[in-house]
Design a binder for this molecule. Structure first.
Ligand code: NAP
Length: 487
């Protein structure tokens, strides 16, 4: 991990105060970090609402990107995407620009924060893949009435997040890693995380590991959350599970997070800019304070990190609580809460423990794009997606005629993932987007372009095709799934 060390020997951190309540929570965390004697210095930069309003569509100015390139560590407040300015979130831009592939969201029971789970000792961390999956944002209208989002999961992305989760478990002295996927339905994409997890887990014999279907994980999190330690999961699943787990321990005011990559790490609370509380000195800064604690541990500043965590625990134990916990008529101000924590630096809670942390060993990977090299590969056919308002039987008969004397045979037609031709007896709603599974009469290492061109010319004479997927086999394994009802 590269860092920028200042002449006084401190680590330089880019700090982005952000929008709404951002400047208040960030200032609170900065004051506490400074009071704890951590060896950091700040370089303040802007991003978010004001930048959008100045007309920069990304919401992240070049000076901010420059600063992050130099410091490689960011402590940031929440950023708003004001309605009507820009279409991309400045948060997502920052996470993606610097390949922060691991989103780490701990959820721990805290003293004084009463929840239905109080006393059960919840102390878990969700490790969410942060770059791929449905969040790649690759969407197309296949037809006027059918939208599609690509869920992209790479073997490299899976290895990175799985190894990261096991390394995090080791660094935090945790006993188990659970992999949560929807591999029972999405056998190739979600299945890739499951398979990768099962391959890598034996390299960490000191850590217990098991796979759980994600819907059951959500159910188990509500039923028996104390069974979990580290949960590793894909981006969308992680988004949902991590909000669920933060609700178990008191909600957004207490939910810290880190976005970690091999080059850059961005530390931010889970919550947003909560504009209705902005400038009122009433909101709960704990999430950002605990986020700063995560940052200090990442920087190897273990002592000030532990001192701050102890001081937060002692403050909460003393019943010093903000309005989100006890009501805004009774809660202390953000400033008073911050000062109480500063006053408690050096004290330790008798009842509430702080974990022993070791530096995390970030996994390293081959940077080449062709990450997986199969020993053999061939193309056995294509799926040709067509827009058609014909009944399935009619479309099927038409396609049979069109593919006659080409390199392909029609195996079946599927609409919304269910075989509709040849008919299976299923009662299925038909829409105007279908795919025709066309098998090559002679499978080869690749499908000849001329064969595809001939086929498209034939099909276009009667139907509108929208796109093509090749049906690959890698190492003899089909690289495509069957439609419901397909044999
Ligand atoms: P939000 O800002 O997180 O606020 C939702 C509610 O959560 C607040 O109204 C408040 O609840 C509670 N809350 C959040 N943070 C709190 C804190 N520190 N202390 C006490 N209570 C807190 O979510 P939002 O209203 O959906 O989003 C507002 C803006 O933030 C949007 O522009 C959104 O895009 C942005 N956002 C940014 C990030 C980020 O930068 N990472 C993340 C999420 C959202 P009560 O109303 O019940 O008191």
């Amino acid at each position: 991990m590269q860092r920028h060390i200042t002449p006084s020997g401190n680590t330089l951190v880019t700090v982005i105060p952000g929008d709404g309540i951002g400047p208040e929570v960030v200032r609170s965390a900065q004051r506490i970090v400074e009071a704890a004697g951590a060896k950091v210095e700040w370089e303040e930069r802007e991003a978010g609402a004001e930048v959008f309003r100045k007309g920069l569509p990304s919401g992240v100015p070049e000076e901010t990107i420059e600063s992050i390139r130099k410091t490689r560590v960011v402590l940031k407040g929440p950023l708003e995407t004001p309605v009507g300015y820009g279409e991309k979130s400045a948060n997502v831009t920052l996470r993606k620009l610097f390949e922060t592939y691991a989103n780490v969201r701990p959820a721990r029971e805290l003293p004084g924060v009463r929840t239905p789970y109080s006393g059960r000792g919840i102390d878990l961390v969700i490790v969410r893949e942060n770059v791929e999956d449905l969040y790649a944002g690759i969407e197309h209208m296949q037809t006027p009435g059918v939208a599609q989002t690509l869920k992209l999961i790479s073997r490299k992305g899976c290895e990175k997040i799985v190894r990261f989760a096991f390394e995090l478990a080791r660094a935090e002295g945790r006993r188990s890693v659970t992999c949560a996927t929807k591999a029972n339905i999405m056998k190739l994409s979600e299945g890739m995380l499951k398979r990768t997890f099962e391959e890598i887990a034996p390299e960490y014999p000191d850590i217990e590991s098991w796979h759980l279907i994600v819907d059951n994980t959500a159910h188990q999190l509500v039923k028996r959350p104390e069974q979990f330690d580290v949960i590793v999961t894909t981006n969308m699943n992680g988004d949902i599970l991590s909000d669920e787990s933060s609700a178990l321990v008191g909600g957004l005011g207490f939910a810290p997070s880190a976005n970690i990559g091999n080059d850059v790490a961005i530390f931010e609370a889970v919550h947003g800019s909560a504009p209705k509380y902005a400038g009122k000195d009433v909101i709960n800064p704990t999430a950002l304070i605990l986020t700063a604690v995560m940052m200090l541990r990442y920087l190897g500043e273990f002592e000030p990190a532990a001192a701050i965590e102890h001081a937060v625990l002692v403050t909460l134990e003393q019943g010093i609580l903000t309005g989100d916990v006890v009501g805004y008529d009774k809660g202390v101000s953000t400033t008073a809460y911050t000062e109480a924590i500063i006053g408690n630096l050096g004290k330790r809670s008798e009842r509430w423990q702080v974990r022993e942390y070791k530096p995390i060993r970030l996994p390293e990977f081959d940077p080449r794009p062709d990450y997986v090299h199969p020993a053999s590969r061939r193309v056995v056919g294509i799926d040709l997606f067509v827009e058609s308002d014909l009944p399935a039987e009619e479309l099927g008969r038409s396609m049979e005629e069109l593919v006659k004397d080409t390199a392909f045979t029609l195996k079946m037609i599927s609409c919304r993932g269910t075989q509709v031709y040849p008919p299976t007896g299923a009662i299925t709603d038909i829409v105007d987007a279908s795919y025709c599974r066309l098998m090559l009469k002679e499978p080869a290492e690749d499908v000849p372009d001329e064969a595809v061109a001939q086929l498209l010319a034939r099909v276009s004479s009667r139907h509108r095709w929208t796109h093509i997927e090749k049906l690959h086999e890698f190492d003899g394994e089909p690289g495509y799934t069957k439609s419901q009802g397909e044999n």
